[in-house]
Design a protein around this ligand. Structure first.
Ligand SMILES: [Zn+2]
Ligand SMILES: [Zn+2]
Length: 343
């Protein structure tokens, strides 16, 4: 019995090209109590390997988070297999609009402590006791209700370029911080107000809604499938779009435009702009908002210092980097001292 990959990514790519078959790229997640993640992991690997499923899957005591590529011809079997697992029966599958047959080249099923890094101590509350899922239409109706408090569960650099009208957008770097800040701000409304939340694809709200219910909030709602699914439904069903600007995404595109509004500013000159870039100095790599004119003037760097370094020959840059850590990649994101324009 084979429990791990035997083919290299290269061999897999060649095989996929040869076969030329249609594949679906999809994702799903589910919070559930999994007693033995290792056993569950092996069960998934054996079944999915036989169906030629590829992808990256995390399994933990708290649930599963999966990004997959499934051969179109095996989709029926795959769906049947999921429906045979009680907590995955009819789980919502997010199927990508653009299909890339090479979106994944291996099947990796990993056991992790958490399926979402949240900084919370699991034992304190039940993640399966979550808020009411609402679709785009119901979400819009809730937003029209004066008794609604709308909160954005994402980090500051995500909500900066786009958010729902009237949402609380906590100025935080981590999910853990936003939970506390929001709770403090709305603690007087545990019973009377609708607490409505949203995030990119829904997974953060699964955890956050359960957390707030645990903290005593009575009317907790979450946008099912997040901004991604909202945008899809708004377009397909011709609903009113209440999202302003861009949805920050964690792939090479960095943002997906949802409305024509530009809600943020260039971090260097302050003019309206919502284009995220990484500083061209590899050692810095700061993620910030930069307009085209500033990009030209600054050679795509965040500061004159980085501009000098980026202009050096590559070997010299490498020598300068040696032994230095890089905190910008994770934390500063638009808050760096070198950015002159600040909100
Ligand atoms: Zn600018
Ligand atoms: Zn820089």
């Amino acid at each position: 019995m084979q429990l791990y990959n035997k083919l290299s990514a290269k061999e897999r790519e060649a095989l996929l090209e040869e076969a030329g078959e249609d594949r679906l790229t999809l994702s799903f997640y589910q919070y559930a109590k999994i007693g033995n993640p290792e056993l569950f992991r092996n069960h998934l690997f054996i079944a999915w390997d036989q169906m030629e499923v590829l992808g990256r899957i995390y399994v933990a005591h708290e649930g599963i988070n999966a990004q997959l590529s499934v051969p179109a011809k095996n989709f029926g079997n795959f769906k049947e297999f999921l429906d045979g697992i009680y907590f995955l029966e009819n789980v919502r599958l997010n199927i990508a609009i653009e299909h890339d047959i090479k979106s994944f080249l291996k099947l990796k099923v990993k056991v992790r402590d958490k399926i979402l890094a949240d900084g919370l101590n699991d034992a304190t509350f039940d993640v399966t006791n979550k808020g009411v899922h609402v679709d785009a239409k119901a979400f819009n109706e809730l937003l029209d209700d004066p008794n609604t408090i709308l909160v954005d569960m994402r980090n500051h650099y995500e909500s900066e370029i786009g958010h729902f009208k009237g949402a609380m957008t906590p100025d935080v770097d981590t999910f853990r911080d936003s939970l506390d800040i929001i709770e403090k701000d709305i603690q007087d409304h545990k019973e009377d107000k609708n607490l409505v939340m949203y995030c990119t694809g829904g997974i953060r709200c699964e955890k956050a809604s359960a957390y707030y219910k645990h903290k005593g909030f009575k009317k907790v709602y979450q946008l099912e499938g997040g901004i991604i699914e909202y945008a899809r439904q708004v377009q397909n069903l011709k609903l009113e779009n209440k999202f302003l600007g861009k949805n920050f995404v964690f792939d090479h595109r960095r943002g997906e435009r949802i409305s024509e509004d530009v809600v943020s500013n260039c971090h260097q000159c302050g003019k309206p702009c919502d284009t995220h870039v990484n500083c061209a100095n590899e050692a810095c790599h700061l993620l910030f908002i930069q307009c085209e004119e500033c990009a030209e003037k600054m050679s795509s760097c965040c500061s004159a210092e980085c501009q000098d370094i980026a202009a050096l020959p590559y070997e010299e840059q490498k020598a300068l980097r040696k032994g230095k850590g890089n905190s910008n990649k994770i934390f500063k994101k638009g808050r760096s001292e070198v950015l002159k324009y600040k909100n």
